[in-house]
Design a protein around this ligand. Sequence first.
Ligand SMILES: [Zn+2]
Length: 451
Amino acid sequence: MVARREFRWWPCLLVAFALLTAEPSRACAQTPVDSALLSYINTIRAIDVHAHPMRPVPPGAPADTEFDALPLDGIPPFGVPHRLSLDDPIWRTAQDALFHAPTAVNDSIYRVGLRAAVEATRREHAQHFPEWALDAVRTDVMLANRIAMGAGLASPRFRWVPFADPLMYPLDTRGEAARTPDTRALYPKEAALLRRYLRELRMTKLPSTLDTYARTIVRPTLERWRSGGAVGIKLEAAYLRPLDFDDPDPAAARAIYARYVAGGVPSRAEYKTLEDYLVRVIAKDAGTLGLSIQIHTLETFGGYYRSAGAAPHLLEPLVNDSTLRATKFVIVHGGWPLVGETSGLLSKPNVYADISMMDILLPPHQLAAVLRQWLGEWPDKVLFGSDAFDGGAEQGWEQVAWVGSNTARRALAMALTGMLRDGEINRPRAEELARMVMRQNALAVYDLGMR
Ligand SMILES: [Zn+2]
Protein backbone atom coordinates (compact mmCIF):
# COMPACT_ATOMS: atom_id res chain seq x y z
CA MET A 1 0.00 0.00 0.00
CA VAL A 2 2.79 2.41 0.88
CA ALA A 3 4.67 1.39 -2.24
CA ARG A 4 1.60 2.01 -4.36
CA ARG A 5 0.89 5.30 -2.65
CA GLU A 6 4.49 6.35 -3.03
CA PHE A 7 4.35 5.46 -6.70
CA ARG A 8 1.25 7.53 -7.13
CA TRP A 9 2.39 10.54 -5.14
CA TRP A 10 6.13 10.79 -5.31
CA PRO A 11 6.29 13.34 -8.14
CA CYS A 12 4.03 15.72 -6.27
CA LEU A 13 5.81 15.06 -2.98
CA LEU A 14 9.08 16.02 -4.60
CA VAL A 15 7.46 19.14 -5.93
CA ALA A 16 5.91 19.83 -2.52
CA PHE A 17 9.41 19.72 -1.05
CA ALA A 18 10.67 22.01 -3.77
CA LEU A 19 7.80 24.39 -3.15
CA LEU A 20 8.73 24.72 0.49
CA THR A 21 12.09 26.03 -0.49
CA ALA A 22 11.98 27.47 -3.99
CA GLU A 23 9.93 28.59 -6.95
CA PRO A 24 7.11 26.26 -7.98
CA SER A 25 7.51 23.60 -10.59
CA ARG A 26 5.17 23.81 -13.56
CA ALA A 27 4.37 20.11 -13.19
CA CYS A 28 2.04 20.05 -10.18
CA ALA A 29 1.64 23.57 -8.82
CA GLN A 30 -0.98 25.83 -10.33
CA THR A 31 -0.59 28.77 -7.97
CA PRO A 32 2.61 30.81 -8.09
CA VAL A 33 4.51 31.49 -4.91
CA ASP A 34 7.15 34.16 -4.35
CA SER A 35 9.96 32.07 -2.88
CA ALA A 36 11.51 34.95 -0.92
CA LEU A 37 8.14 35.70 0.64
CA LEU A 38 7.57 32.05 1.56
CA SER A 39 11.04 31.89 3.10
CA TYR A 40 10.24 35.00 5.13
CA ILE A 41 6.90 33.57 6.29
CA ASN A 42 8.65 30.36 7.33
CA THR A 43 10.82 32.37 9.75
CA ILE A 44 7.86 33.88 11.65
CA ARG A 45 7.39 32.42 15.14
CA ALA A 46 3.64 31.94 15.13
CA ILE A 47 0.91 32.31 17.70
CA ASP A 48 -1.50 29.40 17.19
CA VAL A 49 -4.76 30.65 18.67
CA HIS A 50 -6.69 27.40 18.67
CA ALA A 51 -5.45 23.87 19.37
CA HIS A 52 -5.84 20.85 21.65
CA PRO A 53 -2.31 19.87 22.74
CA MET A 54 -1.97 16.78 24.91
CA ARG A 55 -0.19 16.46 28.24
CA PRO A 56 2.79 14.11 28.01
CA VAL A 57 1.76 11.01 29.94
CA PRO A 58 4.46 8.83 31.56
CA PRO A 59 4.19 5.06 30.93
CA GLY A 60 1.49 3.49 33.12
CA ALA A 61 -0.16 6.84 34.00
CA PRO A 62 -3.83 7.42 33.10
CA ALA A 63 -4.50 8.82 29.62
CA ASP A 64 -5.09 12.54 29.18
CA THR A 65 -8.86 12.95 28.81
CA GLU A 66 -9.06 16.72 29.30
CA PHE A 67 -8.21 17.79 25.74
CA ASP A 68 -11.83 18.50 24.75
CA ALA A 69 -15.19 19.04 26.44
CA LEU A 70 -17.03 17.26 23.64
CA PRO A 71 -14.75 14.51 22.29
CA LEU A 72 -16.58 13.01 19.32
CA ASP A 73 -15.62 9.37 19.85
CA GLY A 74 -18.91 8.82 21.71
CA ILE A 75 -21.22 9.83 18.82
CA PRO A 76 -22.31 7.54 15.96
CA PRO A 77 -19.77 7.04 13.15
CA PHE A 78 -19.46 9.97 10.75
CA GLY A 79 -17.39 10.98 7.76
CA VAL A 80 -14.58 13.52 7.77
CA PRO A 81 -13.34 15.67 4.89
CA HIS A 82 -10.77 13.80 2.80
CA ARG A 83 -7.70 15.81 3.80
CA LEU A 84 -8.29 14.71 7.42
CA SER A 85 -8.13 11.02 6.45
CA LEU A 86 -4.83 9.16 6.54
CA ASP A 87 -5.27 8.44 2.82
CA ASP A 88 -4.17 12.00 2.14
CA PRO A 89 -0.40 12.16 1.49
CA ILE A 90 -0.04 15.29 3.64
CA TRP A 91 0.07 13.08 6.75
CA ARG A 92 2.98 11.04 5.45
CA THR A 93 4.77 14.32 4.68
CA ALA A 94 4.18 15.52 8.26
CA GLN A 95 5.36 12.20 9.71
CA ASP A 96 8.53 12.27 7.61
CA ALA A 97 9.26 15.84 8.62
CA LEU A 98 8.78 15.24 12.34
CA PHE A 99 9.84 11.65 12.96
CA HIS A 100 11.89 10.42 9.98
CA ALA A 101 10.32 6.97 10.14
CA PRO A 102 12.18 4.50 7.92
CA THR A 103 10.73 3.75 4.49
CA ALA A 104 9.09 0.33 4.33
CA VAL A 105 7.92 -2.20 1.77
CA ASN A 106 4.31 -1.97 2.94
CA ASP A 107 1.97 0.09 5.08
CA SER A 108 1.86 -2.13 8.14
CA ILE A 109 5.66 -2.28 8.40
CA TYR A 110 5.80 1.49 7.93
CA ARG A 111 3.27 1.97 10.74
CA VAL A 112 5.32 -0.17 13.12
CA GLY A 113 8.39 1.95 12.32
CA LEU A 114 6.43 5.17 12.71
CA ARG A 115 5.05 4.17 16.12
CA ALA A 116 8.54 3.30 17.29
CA ALA A 117 9.88 6.63 16.04
CA VAL A 118 7.06 8.56 17.72
CA GLU A 119 7.58 6.68 20.99
CA ALA A 120 11.35 7.26 20.88
CA THR A 121 10.81 10.99 20.35
CA ARG A 122 8.28 11.16 23.18
CA ARG A 123 10.64 9.31 25.52
CA GLU A 124 13.56 11.51 24.54
CA HIS A 125 11.71 14.76 25.23
CA ALA A 126 9.45 13.44 28.03
CA GLN A 127 7.78 16.43 29.77
CA HIS A 128 9.27 18.76 27.14
CA PHE A 129 7.65 16.93 24.20
CA PRO A 130 4.94 19.63 23.76
CA GLU A 131 7.57 22.38 23.62
CA TRP A 132 9.63 20.30 21.19
CA ALA A 133 6.51 20.01 19.01
CA LEU A 134 5.97 23.79 19.03
CA ASP A 135 9.58 24.37 17.99
CA ALA A 136 9.25 21.79 15.22
CA VAL A 137 6.32 23.69 13.67
CA ARG A 138 7.76 27.16 14.38
CA THR A 139 5.00 28.08 16.84
CA ASP A 140 5.99 30.37 19.68
CA VAL A 141 2.74 30.26 21.68
CA MET A 142 -0.18 27.84 21.42
CA LEU A 143 -3.60 28.55 22.92
CA ALA A 144 -4.73 25.25 24.41
CA ASN A 145 -8.47 24.62 24.27
CA ARG A 146 -8.69 22.21 27.19
CA ILE A 147 -10.76 21.42 30.29
CA ALA A 148 -7.58 21.79 32.36
CA MET A 149 -3.88 22.30 31.61
CA GLY A 150 -1.18 20.44 33.58
CA ALA A 151 2.43 19.30 33.46
CA GLY A 152 4.16 19.87 30.13
CA LEU A 153 1.71 22.56 29.01
CA ALA A 154 2.99 25.53 30.98
CA SER A 155 2.92 29.24 30.21
CA PRO A 156 4.41 31.11 28.38
CA ARG A 157 4.45 28.59 25.51
CA PHE A 158 0.92 27.26 26.24
CA ARG A 159 -2.06 29.42 27.30
CA TRP A 160 -5.42 28.17 28.47
CA VAL A 161 -8.84 28.47 26.82
CA PRO A 162 -11.45 26.53 28.87
CA PHE A 163 -14.99 25.56 27.84
CA ALA A 164 -17.92 27.80 28.85
CA ASP A 165 -20.87 25.92 27.29
CA PRO A 166 -21.77 23.95 30.44
CA LEU A 167 -22.62 27.24 32.19
CA MET A 168 -25.47 27.67 29.69
CA TYR A 169 -27.14 24.40 30.69
CA PRO A 170 -27.89 24.45 34.43
CA LEU A 171 -31.29 22.73 34.04
CA ASP A 172 -32.19 19.16 33.05
CA THR A 173 -30.95 18.75 29.45
CA ARG A 174 -32.78 15.53 28.56
CA GLY A 175 -35.19 17.41 26.29
CA GLU A 176 -32.30 19.17 24.53
CA ALA A 177 -30.31 15.95 24.26
CA ALA A 178 -33.18 14.18 22.50
CA ARG A 179 -32.64 16.28 19.35
CA THR A 180 -30.35 13.79 17.57
CA PRO A 181 -28.24 10.65 18.19
CA ASP A 182 -25.20 13.00 18.36
CA THR A 183 -26.67 15.31 20.99
CA ARG A 184 -27.83 12.34 23.10
CA ALA A 185 -24.14 11.54 23.62
CA LEU A 186 -22.93 15.13 23.95
CA TYR A 187 -25.30 16.83 26.43
CA PRO A 188 -24.47 14.46 29.32
CA LYS A 189 -20.81 15.51 28.93
CA GLU A 190 -21.84 19.14 29.44
CA ALA A 191 -23.85 18.19 32.54
CA ALA A 192 -20.86 16.31 33.98
CA LEU A 193 -18.59 19.27 33.27
CA LEU A 194 -20.99 21.69 34.99
CA ARG A 195 -20.94 19.42 38.06
CA ARG A 196 -17.13 19.62 37.96
CA TYR A 197 -17.26 23.44 37.72
CA LEU A 198 -19.56 23.50 40.77
CA ARG A 199 -17.21 21.20 42.69
CA GLU A 200 -14.29 23.47 41.82
CA LEU A 201 -16.25 26.34 43.42
CA ARG A 202 -17.04 24.06 46.40
CA MET A 203 -20.75 24.35 45.60
CA THR A 204 -23.01 21.34 46.00
CA LYS A 205 -26.23 22.60 44.43
CA LEU A 206 -27.61 25.29 42.19
CA PRO A 207 -29.00 28.51 43.73
CA SER A 208 -32.74 29.08 43.48
CA THR A 209 -32.65 32.24 41.32
CA LEU A 210 -31.02 32.99 37.99
CA ASP A 211 -29.41 36.20 39.22
CA THR A 212 -27.76 34.31 42.07
CA TYR A 213 -26.64 31.60 39.61
CA ALA A 214 -25.01 34.30 37.46
CA ARG A 215 -23.39 35.94 40.48
CA THR A 216 -22.23 32.86 42.39
CA ILE A 217 -21.53 30.32 39.62
CA VAL A 218 -20.95 31.99 36.25
CA ARG A 219 -18.89 34.97 37.34
CA PRO A 220 -16.69 33.10 39.90
CA THR A 221 -16.00 30.32 37.37
CA LEU A 222 -14.76 32.84 34.81
CA GLU A 223 -12.74 34.64 37.50
CA ARG A 224 -11.20 31.34 38.59
CA TRP A 225 -10.22 30.58 34.97
CA ARG A 226 -8.75 34.05 34.50
CA SER A 227 -6.67 33.80 37.66
CA GLY A 228 -5.63 30.30 36.50
CA GLY A 229 -4.09 31.80 33.37
CA ALA A 230 -6.97 31.64 30.87
CA VAL A 231 -6.82 34.13 27.98
CA GLY A 232 -10.16 33.22 26.41
CA ILE A 233 -13.14 30.89 26.65
CA LYS A 234 -14.57 28.52 24.06
CA LEU A 235 -18.15 27.85 23.01
CA GLU A 236 -18.86 24.60 21.16
CA ALA A 237 -22.59 25.33 21.01
CA ALA A 238 -22.93 24.46 17.31
CA TYR A 239 -22.55 20.78 18.22
CA LEU A 240 -25.58 21.14 20.47
CA ARG A 241 -27.92 23.79 19.07
CA PRO A 242 -28.07 26.46 16.33
CA LEU A 243 -26.00 29.61 16.89
CA ASP A 244 -29.03 31.92 16.75
CA PHE A 245 -28.64 33.48 20.20
CA ASP A 246 -31.56 35.89 20.15
CA ASP A 247 -32.01 38.74 22.60
CA PRO A 248 -34.37 37.24 25.19
CA ASP A 249 -36.68 38.76 27.77
CA PRO A 250 -34.68 38.57 31.04
CA ALA A 251 -37.88 38.19 33.08
CA ALA A 252 -38.83 35.13 31.00
CA ALA A 253 -35.35 33.62 31.49
CA ARG A 254 -35.56 34.19 35.25
CA ALA A 255 -38.99 32.57 35.42
CA ILE A 256 -37.85 29.52 33.43
CA TYR A 257 -34.81 29.01 35.68
CA ALA A 258 -36.92 29.33 38.85
CA ARG A 259 -39.54 26.92 37.49
CA TYR A 260 -37.13 24.09 36.67
CA VAL A 261 -34.08 24.50 38.90
CA ALA A 262 -35.43 22.01 41.43
CA GLY A 263 -36.49 19.51 38.76
CA GLY A 264 -38.42 18.99 35.54
CA VAL A 265 -37.49 19.17 31.87
CA PRO A 266 -37.91 22.56 30.15
CA SER A 267 -39.34 22.71 26.63
CA ARG A 268 -36.93 23.49 23.80
CA ALA A 269 -38.32 27.02 23.53
CA GLU A 270 -37.91 27.57 27.26
CA TYR A 271 -34.35 26.25 27.30
CA LYS A 272 -33.43 28.37 24.29
CA THR A 273 -34.64 31.50 26.10
CA LEU A 274 -32.48 30.60 29.11
CA GLU A 275 -29.41 29.78 26.96
CA ASP A 276 -29.82 32.99 24.95
CA TYR A 277 -29.85 34.93 28.22
CA LEU A 278 -26.96 33.08 29.82
CA VAL A 279 -24.67 33.37 26.79
CA ARG A 280 -24.98 37.13 27.21
CA VAL A 281 -24.19 36.92 30.93
CA ILE A 282 -21.11 34.83 30.08
CA ALA A 283 -20.08 37.17 27.25
CA LYS A 284 -20.43 40.29 29.37
CA ASP A 285 -18.41 38.82 32.24
CA ALA A 286 -15.79 37.54 29.79
CA GLY A 287 -15.43 41.03 28.35
CA THR A 288 -14.90 42.66 31.73
CA LEU A 289 -12.34 39.99 32.65
CA GLY A 290 -10.40 40.32 29.37
CA LEU A 291 -11.35 36.85 28.13
CA SER A 292 -12.02 36.65 24.37
CA ILE A 293 -14.73 34.23 23.22
CA GLN A 294 -13.99 31.53 20.65
CA ILE A 295 -17.06 30.15 18.87
CA HIS A 296 -16.87 26.92 16.84
CA THR A 297 -18.31 27.94 13.46
CA LEU A 298 -17.80 25.25 10.81
CA GLU A 299 -19.75 22.99 8.44
CA THR A 300 -19.02 19.86 10.48
CA PHE A 301 -18.39 17.47 12.57
CA GLY A 302 -20.91 14.69 13.21
CA GLY A 303 -23.35 12.57 11.25
CA TYR A 304 -26.29 14.57 12.67
CA TYR A 305 -24.48 17.92 12.97
CA ARG A 306 -26.58 20.85 11.72
CA SER A 307 -24.45 22.77 9.23
CA ALA A 308 -27.20 25.35 8.80
CA GLY A 309 -27.11 25.91 12.56
CA ALA A 310 -23.42 26.86 12.33
CA ALA A 311 -23.82 29.61 9.73
CA PRO A 312 -21.83 32.70 10.81
CA HIS A 313 -24.73 35.08 10.14
CA LEU A 314 -26.73 33.36 12.88
CA LEU A 315 -24.34 35.03 15.33
CA GLU A 316 -25.45 38.55 14.34
CA PRO A 317 -27.93 39.11 17.20
CA LEU A 318 -25.17 38.22 19.67
CA VAL A 319 -22.34 40.23 18.13
CA ASN A 320 -24.70 43.14 17.43
CA ASP A 321 -25.65 43.35 21.11
CA SER A 322 -24.51 46.86 21.97
CA THR A 323 -23.91 45.90 25.61
CA LEU A 324 -21.26 43.36 24.52
CA ARG A 325 -18.94 45.62 22.55
CA ALA A 326 -16.23 45.21 25.21
CA THR A 327 -16.19 41.47 24.47
CA LYS A 328 -14.06 40.11 21.62
CA PHE A 329 -15.58 37.28 19.58
CA VAL A 330 -13.52 34.97 17.37
CA ILE A 331 -15.19 33.00 14.57
CA VAL A 332 -13.19 29.82 15.09
CA HIS A 333 -12.54 27.79 11.90
CA GLY A 334 -13.50 30.93 9.94
CA GLY A 335 -17.10 29.81 9.46
CA TRP A 336 -15.94 27.59 6.60
CA PRO A 337 -17.35 27.26 3.96
CA LEU A 338 -19.50 30.38 4.51
CA VAL A 339 -16.49 32.68 4.51
CA GLY A 340 -18.47 35.51 2.90
CA GLU A 341 -20.80 35.57 5.90
CA THR A 342 -17.72 35.65 8.14
CA SER A 343 -16.42 38.58 6.15
CA GLY A 344 -19.63 40.43 6.91
CA LEU A 345 -19.20 39.86 10.64
CA LEU A 346 -15.59 41.10 10.55
CA SER A 347 -16.95 44.60 10.02
CA LYS A 348 -17.97 44.62 13.70
CA PRO A 349 -15.20 46.21 15.76
CA ASN A 350 -15.07 43.29 18.22
CA VAL A 351 -15.26 40.32 15.80
CA TYR A 352 -12.29 38.34 14.43
CA ALA A 353 -11.80 35.07 12.55
CA ASP A 354 -9.18 32.35 12.74
CA ILE A 355 -8.20 29.82 10.10
CA SER A 356 -7.88 26.88 12.49
CA MET A 357 -9.08 23.60 10.94
CA MET A 358 -9.39 25.38 7.58
CA ASP A 359 -5.63 24.86 7.25
CA ILE A 360 -6.17 21.15 7.92
CA LEU A 361 -9.23 20.64 5.70
CA LEU A 362 -8.20 22.78 2.74
CA PRO A 363 -5.24 22.52 0.38
CA PRO A 364 -3.12 25.69 0.31
CA HIS A 365 -4.48 27.10 -2.94
CA GLN A 366 -8.05 26.92 -1.61
CA LEU A 367 -7.16 28.52 1.71
CA ALA A 368 -5.16 31.15 -0.19
CA ALA A 369 -8.32 32.30 -1.97
CA VAL A 370 -10.09 32.81 1.38
CA LEU A 371 -7.11 34.64 2.85
CA ARG A 372 -6.88 36.93 -0.15
CA GLN A 373 -10.55 37.84 0.18
CA TRP A 374 -10.30 38.54 3.91
CA LEU A 375 -6.93 40.31 3.82
CA GLY A 376 -8.21 42.63 1.11
CA GLU A 377 -10.97 43.82 3.41
CA TRP A 378 -10.08 43.11 7.05
CA PRO A 379 -6.32 42.56 7.32
CA ASP A 380 -6.21 43.15 11.07
CA LYS A 381 -8.98 40.62 11.81
CA VAL A 382 -7.48 37.35 10.52
CA LEU A 383 -5.64 35.01 12.89
CA PHE A 384 -3.61 31.84 12.43
CA GLY A 385 -4.73 28.73 14.30
CA SER A 386 -4.38 25.00 13.66
CA ASP A 387 -6.98 23.15 15.78
CA ALA A 388 -4.24 20.57 16.36
CA PHE A 389 -5.97 17.60 18.01
CA ASP A 390 -4.80 14.11 18.82
CA GLY A 391 -5.70 11.21 16.55
CA GLY A 392 -3.19 8.64 17.78
CA ALA A 393 0.33 7.71 16.69
CA GLU A 394 -0.38 8.26 13.01
CA GLN A 395 -2.12 11.59 13.52
CA GLY A 396 -0.79 12.98 16.79
CA TRP A 397 -1.57 16.58 17.71
CA GLU A 398 1.99 17.52 16.78
CA GLN A 399 1.42 16.14 13.26
CA VAL A 400 -1.84 18.07 12.93
CA ALA A 401 0.00 21.19 14.14
CA TRP A 402 2.64 20.57 11.43
CA VAL A 403 -0.01 20.27 8.72
CA GLY A 404 -1.82 23.41 9.95
CA SER A 405 1.33 25.48 10.24
CA ASN A 406 2.78 24.48 6.87
CA THR A 407 -0.55 24.73 5.03
CA ALA A 408 -1.25 28.15 6.52
CA ARG A 409 2.20 29.52 5.71
CA ARG A 410 2.06 28.25 2.14
CA ALA A 411 -1.50 29.54 1.63
CA LEU A 412 -0.50 32.92 3.03
CA ALA A 413 2.48 33.05 0.66
CA MET A 414 0.15 32.25 -2.28
CA ALA A 415 -2.38 34.92 -1.30
CA LEU A 416 0.27 37.60 -0.75
CA THR A 417 2.10 36.66 -3.96
CA GLY A 418 -1.13 37.29 -5.86
CA MET A 419 -1.63 40.65 -4.14
CA LEU A 420 1.99 41.60 -4.87
CA ARG A 421 1.81 40.65 -8.53
CA ASP A 422 -1.47 42.49 -8.99
CA GLY A 423 0.05 45.63 -7.51
CA GLU A 424 -2.32 45.72 -4.52
CA ILE A 425 0.54 45.76 -1.99
CA ASN A 426 4.30 46.19 -1.98
CA ARG A 427 6.82 43.76 -0.49
CA PRO A 428 7.16 45.45 2.92
CA ARG A 429 3.36 45.41 3.25
CA ALA A 430 3.26 41.73 2.21
CA GLU A 431 5.71 40.88 4.98
CA GLU A 432 3.74 43.01 7.45
CA LEU A 433 0.49 41.23 6.54
CA ALA A 434 2.22 37.88 7.02
CA ARG A 435 3.39 38.89 10.51
CA MET A 436 -0.11 40.14 11.32
CA VAL A 437 -1.82 36.87 10.40
CA MET A 438 0.77 34.53 11.89
CA ARG A 439 1.36 36.49 15.09
CA GLN A 440 0.55 40.16 15.61
CA ASN A 441 -3.24 40.11 15.19
CA ALA A 442 -3.48 37.49 17.95
CA LEU A 443 -1.87 39.94 20.36
CA ALA A 444 -4.72 42.40 19.75
CA VAL A 445 -7.35 39.77 20.51
CA TYR A 446 -5.78 37.84 23.38
CA ASP A 447 -4.10 39.40 26.40
CA LEU A 448 -0.88 37.38 26.27
CA GLY A 449 1.27 39.94 28.09
CA MET A 450 3.74 40.07 25.18
CA ARG A 451 4.41 42.15 22.09
ZN1 LIG B 1 -10.91 22.85 18.43
